[in-house]
Ligand binder design. Structure first.
Ligand code: SAH
Length: 370
């Protein structure tokens, strides 16, 4: 185990000894964003040499289409001065590609101030390198609350899956929170809190009271979705959320650790693996709608990108590329929109949360009201 993993594990053990078992959400928050040893705080996890690869790192087409999506939404909004916000921008690749594409719309770049919400100082440095050459005003923030208010378009790719998730386990006497504890052989283990969560059935979507013993229900405290909903409803605009997850709330343990492009044990080497859990899009929609925004989708990522014209864009890039590069473009396209299990087309979903006055954003016209 590396020194950083050992130091974080020692801190987690100390907290458990002092305060008792910690929730899965607290464990996840420490693993990912502990200021000294958290996974995102200390490294660049993306790409072939890292732990996982994301859609913008697969092909420039992804960010470009999202830039054009943002440009169309901006026109739908009546072309106001715009805060273009990205949550968790990673290496800054998606925003760089989006801004390059934005130059195709004549007045759009001049209307934009770019706001990056990033908790990791090392990734912020990466993002500066990617984005400073674009020549637009850039500001970094640690949370969405710090972004100045006003008409806004918010983009988030693989951000919500990294937010801490709580888990509850159905037991004979009701739902208990799933906890991380230290067992008799001194190992970190999952367990359950001693007492059931009071009134938990009332918070659950309908039908869950009948869950079988051992079933797991996951939820996030949807502060970010509430804040997105409040902002777009109050000042105009929309958010585009792309992530892996499910359209309907359900039971199941989706907490997973990924390291070196393979699955790992989430309780081993804390802070050294990416920890994520599926996004419950129904819960996101509900949170944003409670602030009077309107939710569209989710659509499968493959369907969303096809509706935005990714196949035409790929053909244009191929016609300008030499042979070997053409094969790479085909491979990237298949990875982004394909429906097999290794591809992202079906696994990833796309949801828009918009000002109810805006009308359906591009690609969501046929799903209005779902
Ligand atoms: N959108 C990028 C990166 C996804 S990884 C891509 O698609 O390639 C998740 C990103 O969210 C990282 O940049 C990570 O540092 C950031 N992040 C994770 N938790 C965060 C939090 N609580 N607040 C702000 N940023 C966070």
């Amino acid at each position: 185990m590396t020194d950083a993993a050992a130091a974080l594990e020692a801190d987690i053990r100390r907290r458990i000894r002092l305060g008792g078992p910690m929730s899965v959400a607290q464990y996840m928050a420490l693993c990912l964003t502990d200021p000294a040893h958290g996974y995102y705080m200390t490294r660049d996890p993306f790409g072939a040499g890292g732990d996982f690869i994301t859609a913008p790192e697969i092909s420039q087409m992804f960010g470009e289409l999202i830039g054009l999506w943002a440009g169309s939404v901006w026109m739908q909004m009546g072309s106001p001065p715009l805060r273009l916000v990205e949550l968790g921008p990673g290496r800054g690749t998606m925003m760089a590609d989006a801004l390059r594409a934005a130059h195709a719309l004549r007045d759009f770049p001049a209307a934009i101030s770019v706001h990056l919400v990033e908790i990791s100082p090392s990734l912020e440095t990466r993002q500066r390198q990617a984005l400073e050459p674009m020549g637009l005003p850039l500001t970094w923030h640690r949370s969405l609350d710090e972004v100045p208010e006003g008409p806004t378009i918010i983009l988030a790719n693989e951000f919500f899956d990294a937010l801490p998730v709580h888990q509850a386990v159905m037991c004979a006497d009701g739902w208990h929170e799933r906890m991380v504890k230290i067992d008799e052989d001194d190992k970190l283990r999952f367990g359950t809190a001693r007492d059931p969560i009071p009134l938990f059935d009332e918070l659950l979507p309908r039908g869950f009271a009948a869950a079988a013993i051992g079933e797991i229900f996951e939820w996030r405290v949807d502060q970010v979705a509430l804040e997105i909903g409040r902002r777009v409803a109050q000042y105009g605009g929309a958010a585009l959320i792309i992530d892996y997850g499910h359209g309907r709330s359900g039971t199941g343990d989706t907490l997973q650790a990924v390291r070196g492009h393979g699955f790992a044990d989430p309780l081993l080497a804390p802070g050294q693996a990416d920890l994520t859990a599926h996004v419950d899009f129904a819960a996101l929609a509900q949170a944003a709608e409670s602030m009077r925004a309107r939710a569209y989708g989710p659509l499968d990522q493959g369907e969303f990108l096809r509706r935005l014209g990714i196949e035409t864009r790929a053909a244009a890039l191929k016609s300008a590329a030499p042979g070997a590069q053409a094969a790479e473009i085909d491979a990237a396209l298949a990875r982004l929109i394909g429906s097999e299990s290794k591809a992202m087309g079906k696994l990833f979903k796309v949801m828009a949360l918009a000002d109810a006055q805006l009308g359906a954003p591009p690609a969501f016209e046929e799903t209005a009201g779902t």
